[in-house]
Write a protein that binds this ligand. Structure first.
Ligand code: KG4
Ligand code: ZN
Length: 311
């Protein structure tokens, strides 16, 4: 509900900024710049963040940079520097990056490292639903809370991934993804088994699978998603000659995806630490820091010009 999301942003933004500064043990006077997300996303929520960031920057007399949300995710592996890479970052190029979130399933080839990285070449995307969206929509049919990916991941650990054969779409050498058919396949399977898939209101658990059967559904749904991701990632490594792989975005926290890639992928892999997989401000800060280094910041006086962000 976009309108509710924007209003919640309005209520939460200032207290969250205050808490972040307190946790870091610094004050507003210690800040030398501000980075803020300018898209893609829900426009109402973005406007709240952007307006607040402009106001802070202008009031404090410090410069501001805007950051693309997807570029932010790509930077989540650089937040901790070399810490989660066995390979020196310089020798990891070209780096295949799979961005798997609630809104995107994109493969990119990175040929440079920050601060010169900029938005890299996109090799493929999803034709319809994103991988995280598929997790969430299937989890909802089973009556699990939103966002369902993390619940499905947890419940799947006790289940049989071969219990149900859900579709693995777009076979062959194509690097594109398609996940929209999965929810229909799950819906049909549930109905055929005599269940009432949850669509509106409160779930009626007496009409939904429970216990071991619920775990089997979760494991089979998860397997369909992660096998497809792993297959396309391997193909992309083969086709591009990538020397290493990074997986970022909310779904990169998935335990089965990490285990399967460790088994199937031969090149060194990089994952963000768990708090930096799902949406977070640290990745926007990391990306913003490099933008400051490249001299892309707007000085506070420029913030008042109409169209300051039009390019
Ligand atoms: O990156 P993110 O926080 O937000 C977007 O930019 O979309 O990703 C959110 C997505 C949701 O669909 C959520 O269900 C999924 O990431 N997710 C997971 C897990 N943790 C979060 N999916 C599968 N397994 C997880 N452990
Ligand atoms: Zn995101």
């Amino acid at each position: 509900m976009p309108e509710v999301a924007s209003r919640n942003h309005l209520d939460m933004l200032a207290p969250v900024v205050d808490e972040a500064l307190e946790t870091a043990g610094i004050g507003f006077g210690d800040l030398t710049g501000i980075a803020v997300t300018n898209g893609p996303g829900l426009i109402g929520a973005l406007l709240v963040g952007l307006s607040a960031a402009k106001a802070y920057a202008y009031a404090l007399g410090i410069p501001l940079v805007t950051v693309n949300h997807l570029e932010g995710h790509l930077h989540s592996i650089f937040i901790e520097g070399q810490k989660n890479s066995a390979l020196p970052l310089e020798s990891s190029l070209p780096l295949l990056t799979c961005l798997v979130s609630g809104g995107h399933t994109n493969l990119y080839l990175l040929r440079g490292l920050p601060p010169r990285m900029l938005m890299p070449q996109r090799l493929s995307q999803s034709r319809d639903d994103a991988a995280g969206e598929a997790f969430d929509k299937c989890a909802k049919l089973l009556g699990l809370p939103y966002p369902g990916g993390v619940h499905l991941d947890r419940l799947a650990r006790g289940g049989n991934p071969a219990a149900f054969k859900f579709p693995r779409p777009l076979p062959g050498k194509n690097l594109e993804f398609s996940f929209s058919g999965l929810k229909t396949a799950v819906l049909t399977e549930l109905k055929n088994a005599g269940f009432v898939p949850h669509i509106w209101g409160e779930p009626d658990f007496s009409k939904l699978p429970q216990g071991a059967l619920l775990a089997d559904y979760c494991a089979s749904i998860q397997e369909a998603i992660v096998q497809t991701l792993a297959k396309k990632i391997r193909l992309a490594i083969e086709q591009t000659g990538a020397k290493s792989l990074a997986v970022v975005g909310g779904v990169s926290a998935n335990s089965r995806l990490r285990a399967l890639l460790a088994e199937k992928v031969r090149v060194p892999m990089l994952f963000p630490a768990p708090p930096y997989c799902t949406d977070n401000a640290a990745m926007i800060g990391a990306c913003g820091l490099f933008a400051f280094e490249r001299g892309e910041a707007l000085e506070s006086e420029a913030l008042l010009r109409a169209g300051a962000f039009s390019s």
